[in-house]
Design a protein around this ligand. Structure first.
Ligand SMILES: *[C@@H]1O[C@H](CO)[C@@H](O)[C@H](O)[C@H]1NC(C)=O
Ligand SMILES: *[C@@H]1O[C@H](CO)[C@@H](O)[C@H](O)[C@H]1NC(C)=O
Ligand SMILES: *[C@@H]1O[C@H](CO)[C@@H](O)[C@H](O)[C@H]1NC(C)=O
Ligand SMILES: *[C@@H]1O[C@H](CO)[C@@H](O)[C@H](O)[C@H]1NC(C)=O
Ligand SMILES: *[C@@H]1O[C@H](CO)[C@@H](O)[C@H](O)[C@H]1NC(C)=O
Length: 946
């Protein structure tokens, strides 16, 4: 998507290239010395920062270093003089590797009073701002300041520049995607904006990017009508303007280009009528519209670029759109458009770019799409398109994306005639037939090939002769029934995805050779979910993502792995690896996800986690690890998930982890942890913890009150959160966690951030249930069963409004069951069995749904649902309202549980799924909630007593 903006930069570069340059004979000595002074102030300050200069700076850069006192300054790189006077009137320092305070208070540029054009672009301003002296350059007509790291207030004196025609100011840090270098934004306030628009009445182009203009109101924007005779282009990228853009701005009589984006609150309404302006470019994105794209768009007869993406439009493509025969690019992606793509698309014969992806368009792809004579880029991915793919009769196509549709029919062989194709994505299309992979070697420029998730398609690989793909960098063949390692030569390969296939046996030698020697740029390899055997393939240095989980690989994790210190995700889970965990893994500086679960690794966990490491997820569960926990885990300050479940770790409670600010999931279940848990007085211990599972260990003493007291993240239910969010949302690695519900072990393959639970069961805790537990308002599951807990249920438990399951069974609790528990509206599972409770079981609300087994083993308890009635309360009306069929965990409860308590609903949906009933519910769970629930490996399935 960045390409839209990119293309403006490219256009902008053309401007740079065509900057007028005169060579005069004698330059003004004052100006010369000012320029030399400017140069000298940067001698030690040339940037060492690596810009994406190959993208932005390849076609233009001015070399200030070549300026020399002995030559005429009018001939210097980037300098333009007035022919008669020899005064410097133009300066262009773009891509000049300059760094620092380019326009600070003492900048000698400000003494060049004759300046008309000043261009400073793609340099590193690193937190410096524009000094108010800029207002002294009264003859400026062109001012371009698009740099990295610009900050501060745009000075109000900018309004003195009454001759300005081109004003381009902005920080372009977002292009770098480098969070480390993010300075606070530049600001342009309402007062300065108003004075500028009043005074600079010749403005032809306004371009503001990442400038905070939140104080500029609707009436101030309205002032742009003052510029109605001059303004040709208006670009406002990410300017934080609040409120509404006055609609008449879109009607300005001379406006040719308008580009607006706003992640914030800018509202825009497209005119419904009388919209006949000479607009050539209309680009609005990230703006919250609603409703249809108005038919009036068809009045913009001069339009040649229309982009309305991420704008939330719905309805059909307006028929008038196809009257815009001058259109060369049309981008309506990320909207909610419905209906078919009209066949009139052929009228747009000048299109070179057509992007309708991410809508809900249906029907077949019109044949016109295959023959548009100038089309370079066709993206119809992520729609509901049906029918087969026709044969292409245009040779111009560079990128073709049809993924995620409901197409069928054979793979379109005419694709192999598209000699210029660089990007081909036909993943999840539903295509069938046999494709000879060698055919792709006809596409010499192919750079991206995506054929994943086509279960009906079979790819044929001839391993006898080589398939050469000289430019291929991305190859996605996941879930495409590949049964052996495909042989091909692709020296530039960066990403290879062969996951979820049927590849068996050990990894061939030649593949290893490629991995270690031929693929010099390889950065991501996914071989997970196959049937690979033998030794682990060794990732070379440079690899960032290496995924071989869910195979049958065995042997040790080779120390050769230590070479791959560039790794950021390493997933070796669910194989048969044995031996020790290589110490070096703890020292990889970028490794944030390490998943070794479900192997037979033994020995102790490396104790060399260094300060400042990147670990966010450490999953070592389901191994045979021993020994004490390494204290250096306390250095993992970014850690979110620590799962050590199911090992043989013998230690006391790791109190030193309580300071980890981001730890959300801590599972020590089924180990040999022991001793009394005491907090070491950190004020905010475990501030982010949401899942605390220390069940099935040998802990003794009282329940860990001081921790429970401090679980901040379990106290503040985030009721405002809309939609479902998952922990560590990432396409390449999802955090998973096993939870225990009703004696079943289930794996949540993605962790919802709303999921909060405490499991202290199967230990030797004693003493009472602390009252303070009632403050954990967001808690969804609480399991204290199989301990030696005494006393009564604190009334405060009735405050846990979000609780969906509560298990206090197999303890020594006594007294009556508090009525307040009937207020827990989401409670779907209650187990109070095997205690010393007495008196009458409360009735009403959720309690009417619990069965006998929730209460058995309490000899002094009486009333429904137990068969033992409470004689002294005979007068009480019998529970006639209760339908027998509603009791127990029947149908209705499932629905209630689903509708009320989300988490339990999901889990029950899983049970139901496995029982083969109510598949609609399971589907709903999978599709709507995007959660996949599986039972974990059999070896982990230890049924709990009770
Ligand atoms: C440039 O050269 C002149 C004459 O040779 C000399 O006076 C002046 O100081 C030099 N300027 C700089 C900035 O080196
Ligand atoms: C600014 O432009 C005006 C009109 O072109 C001219 O008369 C004046 O000399 C210029 N000022 C400077 C400092 O160049
Ligand atoms: C308008 O421009 C003129 C000429 O540069 C300047 O003298 C004046 O101060 C400016 N007015 C404002 C309000 O900035
Ligand atoms: C549209 O134009 C017509 C004729 O020029 C005029 O009468 C009408 O008021 C205009 N409507 C709007 C909404 O501007
Ligand atoms: C397309 O343009 C023609 C000629 O201007 C006009 O008659 C027709 O109504 C337009 N079609 C649509 C759908 O707006």
């Amino acid at each position: 998507m960045g390409w839209v903006r990119l293309s403006y930069f490219l256009i902008f570069q053309c401007l740079l290239l065509h900057f007028p340059s005169y060579n005069c004979l004698l330059c003004n000595p004052h100006d010369k010395s000012a320029l030399l002074q400017f140069k000298n102030s940067f001698l030690t300050n040339f940037s060492s920062y690596v810009f994406p200069s190959d993208v932005f700076c390849s076609s233009y850069s001015s070399n200030i270093k070549s300026w020399n006192n002995l030559t005429d300054c009018c001939g210097w790189d980037g300098v333009t003089c007035d022919i008669r006077s020899g005064s410097v009137i133009g300066l262009n320092f773009s891509c000049s590797d300059l760094r620092g305070e380019l326009l600070g208070p003492n900048s000698s540029i400000f003494s060049l009073r004759h300046l008309q054009q000043l261009t400073l672009a793609f340099n590193d301003f690193s937190g410096s701002s524009i000094h108010s002296t800029i207002g002294d350059l009264a003859n400026l007509t062109h001012l371009t300041l698009l740099n990295f790291g610009m900050t501060g207030e745009i000075p109000s004196t900018i309004s003195h520049l009454s001759k300005l025609e081109y004003l381009l100011i902005g920080s372009i840090d977002s292009l770098l995607n480098d969070p480390i270098k993010s300075y606070s934004r530049m600001r342009l306030d309402d007062y300065t904006w108003n004075r500028l628009i009043h005074n600079a009445t010749n403005l032809r182009e306004i371009y503001l990017e990442e400038v905070n203009m939140s104080s500029v109101g609707e009436s101030s924007l309205s002032l742009l009508t003052n510029l109605s005779s001059s303004l040709l282009s208006l670009f406002l990228f990410d300017t934080q303007i609040q409120g509404k853009l006055p609609t008449h701005i879109l009607r300005l009589p001379n406006l040719q280009k308008i580009v607006l984006s706003s992640k914030e609150n800018l509202r825009v309404e497209l005119p419904n009528s009388n919209w006949t302006t000479p607009l050539r470019v209309l680009s609005l994105y990230d703006i919250a519209f609603s409703g249809y794209i108005p038919d009036s768009i068809g009045h913009l007869k001069s339009l040649n670029s229309l982009a309305l993406w991420d704008c939330n439009f719905d309805g059909f493509l307006p028929p008038s759109l196809f009257n815009l025969t001058q259109l060369s690019s049309l981008d309506l992606s990320y909207n909610k458009l419905v209906g078919p793509i009209p066949t009139q698309i052929t009228k747009l014969s000048k299109l070179w770019m057509l992007d309708l992806s991410g809508n809900m368009l249906n029907g077949p792809i019109p044949h016109g799409c295959y023959s548009l004579p100038s089309l370079w880029d066709l993206d119809l991915s992520q729609n509901q398109l049906t029918g087969s793919i026709g044969e292409f009769s245009t040779n111009s196509l560079r990128t073709l994306r049809l993924s995620n549709n409901k197409l069928h029919g054979n793979f379109p062989n005419s694709v192999f005639q598209l000699q210029n194709l660089t990007w081909l994505d036909l993943s999840s299309t539903g295509l069938s037939g046999v494709v000879d992979f060698h055919q792709f070697s006809k596409l010499k420029t192919l750079f991206y090939l995506g054929l994943s998730h086509n279960s009906l398609l079979s790819l044929k690989f001839e391993n006898n002769f080589d398939c050469i793909l000289p430019n291929l960098q991305y190859l996605y063949l996941s879930s495409s029934k590949v049964s052996s390692f495909p042989k091909f030569i692709a020296p530039n390969l960066e990403v290879l995805d062969l996951s979820h296939n049927r590849i068996r046996g050990s990894i061939p030698k030649w593949f290893h050779e490629n991995l270690l020697r031929s693929w010099k740029n390889i950065s991501s390899i996914d071989l997970s979910f196959n049937k690979l055997q033998g030794h682990i393939p060794i990732p070379p240095n440079g690899v960032e993502i290496f995924l071989v989980s869910n195979n049958e690989l065995s042997g040790d994790i080779s120390l050769a792995m230590c070479n791959a210190s560039t790794l950021s995700i390493l997933n070796l889970a669910h194989n048969n690896f044995t031996g020790l965990i290589p110490q070096c893994l703890a020292t990889f500086p970028s490794l944030w996800a390490l998943d070794l679960q479900g192997n037979n690794l033994y020995g102790s966990i490396p104790d060399n986690f260094s300060k400042g490491n990147s670990f966010e997820t450490l999953k070592l569960n389901g191994n045979l690890l021993k020994g004490p926990l390494p204290r250096s885990l306390a250095h993992c300050t970014k850690l979110e998930v620590l799962d050590l479940e199911n090992n043989n770790i013998e230690d006391i409670f790791p109190y030193y982890l309580e300071t980890l600010p981001n730890l959300q999931v801590l599972s020590l279940r089924s180990n040999k942890f022991h001793g009394v848990i005491t907090s070491f007085g950190t004020k905010l211990s475990f501030p982010s913890l949401k899942i605390f599972d220390i069940s099935d260990n040998y802990f003794t003493g009282p329940l860990p009150v001081s921790y429970i007291h401090n679980f901040q993240a379990m106290m503040n239910a985030n009721d405002n959160q809309t939609g479902l969010k998952y922990l560590g949302e990432n396409n390449l690695y999802n955090d998973s966690i096993v939870i225990v519900m009703k004696g079943l072990y289930m794996e949540l393959t993605r962790i919802l951030t709303v999921f909060t639970s405490i499991d202290l069961s199967n230990n030797m805790f004693e003493g009472e249930v602390p009252k303070v537990i009632g403050e954990l308002h967001s808690l969804i599951g609480l399991n204290l069963s199989h301990n030696r807990i005494t006393g009564t249920i604190p009334l405060s438990l009735g405050n846990l409004n979000n609780l969906e399951w509560l298990d206090l069974s197999w303890n020594q609790l006594k007294g009556e069951i508090p009525i307040s528990l009937t207020n827990l509206n989401f409670l779907a599972v209650l187990n109070l069995s095997q205690n010393q409770f007495e008196g009458v079981i409360p009735t009403g609300q959720q309690f009417n749904t619990f069965g006998n087994d929730s209460f058995v083993g309490n000899p002094m308890l009486c009333g429904f649902p137990l068969s033992k009635s409470c004689n002294e309360l005979k007068e009480r009306p019998p529970c006639s309202t209760l339908d027998k069929e509603e009791s127990g965990f029947g149908w209705k409860v499932i629905v209630v549980g689903y509708a009320c308590g989300m988490i339990f609903g999901i889990i029950l949906g899983c049970n139901v799924f496995f029982a083969g009933k109510l598949q609609w519910l399971a589907r709903l769970v999978e599709v709507v909630l995007n959660v996949r629930l599986t039972r974990t490996n059999k070896k982990n399935l230890i049924p709990m007593v009770g």
